[in-house]
Design a protein around this ligand. Structure first.
Ligand code: AHG
Ligand code: MN
Ligand code: MN
Length: 320
């Protein structure tokens, strides 16, 4: 049996510094605590919404705040952490003055699914950042990234630069390796998109979805990217959250630093792809902490097809 702990130990050195091992251990422990709190949240009155609106303009749920606090504690327990960046915090929070790792997280992804007992998750990414100016770097600079999905089982999906591993939390609160080499199959006839937003899709996306439906693709949409991503790691397919064509500058719904980048690193490490259009998500140079980007990821052949359609459109526009 390989546990998360033995996995970390065996990658210490060449792949993971001692400091990073400590960060990962503490972040994983935070996800175990969050998982624990979620199990009885309605019994504990942790339901509904609070009166607080976050920097995204979204009303925070009690569990958004609790999960954020648990992750901040995990950062404080990690001596190498310089900054924490979170969906639920206006700006970066300084942790240890002599630290060098920024931990960037979405404490609870899919939190609109909380009260309906549908899978939610915690997404995280670690980069090197000694000063706050170092935080805005492209996703290629991520040292490790992953997410926990709190569903019927709690799973931890991780990349430290050696493919993607999936761990499952056992009854003793220990993450056990259950997939040592998760791969996204290159082709799969399944897509995930919020179809209610069709009127705002860009032409490329509408054309792709029309063609997918015409050629017998299936549709699944959980409304928690972490859960949709787990399905894609299991059996392939593509997830799309495009920009709103009426507000292209808004960049879409999902945030680059703590949603697009970690999922992009995982997707590429599993043999899939992740794009914002004709560009890989990981190549986007961030301009602000909470910047939103279109997110399209999954089976490489499907994502490549969409990227090619975007590139052709750019080409046509240039010729006009
Ligand atoms: P968050 O709960 O962190 O704000 O993120 C929710 C995201 C993502 O998980 C999901 O895929 C998407 O928002 C759902 O969007 P819709 O509300 O348009 O379904
Ligand atoms: Mn989210
Ligand atoms: Mn969230």
């Amino acid at each position: 049996m390989t546990t998360f702990e033995t996995y970390l130990e065996s990658h210490k050195g060449a792949m993971l510094s001692d400091d990073l091992v400590t960060v990962l251990r503490n972040v994983a422990e935070a996800t175990r605590q969050i998982s624990d709190r979620l199990r009885t949240s309605s019994l504990d009155g942790l339901t509904g919404a609070t009166e607080v609106t976050n920097v995204q303009g979204e009303t925070q749920k009690p569990l958004d705040i609790l999960s954020n606090d648990i992750l901040l504690e995990a950062c404080r327990r990690s001596p190498s952490v310089s900054f924490a960046v979170s969906e639920e915090l206006d700006s970066e929070v300084a942790i240890h003055a002599d630290g060098k790792h920024a931990v960037i997280f979405d404490p609870l992804d899919g939190s609109s699914n909380l009260d309906v007992n549908v899978t939610v998750g915690t997404i995280f990414s670690v980069i090197e950042a000694k000063t706050s100016a170092d935080i805005l770097k492209s996703g290629r600079g991520q040292l490790v990234a992953g997410y926990a999905a709190y569903g019927p089982q709690t799973m931890l999906v991780l990349t430290v630069g050696a493919g993607v591993q999936i761990f499952t939390l056992n009854g003793d609160g220990i993450y056990v390796l259950t997939n040592a080499d998760a791969k996204i199959v290159p082709d799969a006839k399944e897509f995930a998109i919020n179809a209610a937003r069709r009127a705002s899709w860009e032409d490329v996306v509408a054309a792709y979805i029309d063609d997918a439906i015409d050629t017998g693709h299936n549709m699944r949409w959980v409304g928690s990217m972490v859960a949709d991503a787990l399905r894609i790691f299991n059996r392939g397919g593509v997830f799309l959250y495009p920009a709103d064509r009426h507000k292209p500058a808004s960049g879409g719904r999902l945030r680059l630093l703590y949603e697009g980048n970690p999922i992009g690193l995982l997707a590429e490490a599993a043999g899939g792809a992740a794009i914002i259009g004709d560009t890989a998500i990981l190549d986007v140079q961030p301009t602000s902490l909470h910047q939103r980007v279109p997110v399209i990821f999954g089976s490489k052949a499907e994502v490549d097809k969409i990227a090619a359609a975007y590139a052709a459109r750019v080409h046509e526009a240039a010729a006009e």
